[in-house]
Design a protein around this ligand. Sequence first.
Ligand SMILES: [Zn+2]
Length: 242
Amino acid sequence: MIYHNSVRLGAKSYCYVWQGRGNNCNAILWPSVLRGESPHVLVDPGHVRNELGEPCFDSLTQAMERDGFKMDDVGLVIGTHSHPDHIEAAELVVEKSGALFTLSREEDEFYRTIGKMFFQAFGGKPPQVNPSFYLKEGDLSLGAKNSKVTVKVFLTPGHSPGSVSLYLEEDKILISGDVVFAGRIGRTDFPGCSPSLLRKSIDKLSQLDVEYLVSGHSTEAGSIVAGKDKVKRNFYTVKIFV
Ligand SMILES: [Zn+2]
């Protein structure tokens, strides 16, 4: 059973939009970007299994396979933040493919002190993942010449202390994690949340020229917000909540 709907955006991005009944995040794949035998980059692999027992990771693996991409060929896993519904499966990817793992230093520190307790609170086991490097605000250049992807990394704390958002300037795609969704903002009632920082982060992201807003979760208002005007209106609407 595949619970992910694959949506191709721009030249290089495959979005795997979660369609199950329980909680899990949307994942993004940039296939065939890195040099070597494991060329795919995967953002937010999500849960292994969620609270309803839906096999989230198997579903993502199969959805990718349907598009011709193997989980074993992932060479880098990026976590927008350390919540279980975004990075629980990171350990499995690393185990399967020997992929590197990265997130921001701020988020790694949070994960090692408080964040791990989230997994225990939700009945899961914290993944044993060690970042190979830290995501910093600025350009992250991935891959070789003709398959190169330059990702602009923005530190966007508020939902989590070290959340990052990723922007592909070339295709005007913004991956916002749990900072902003279609018609809603990320929760601010977890440990490490800060409504005032979330507001600043949303302000920062709303300055960007965005054609597709791909957020960490779908809402009743939709999953991917497509079209510059709709994205602008979405930022305008969600600012009411912060
Ligand atoms: Zn989250």
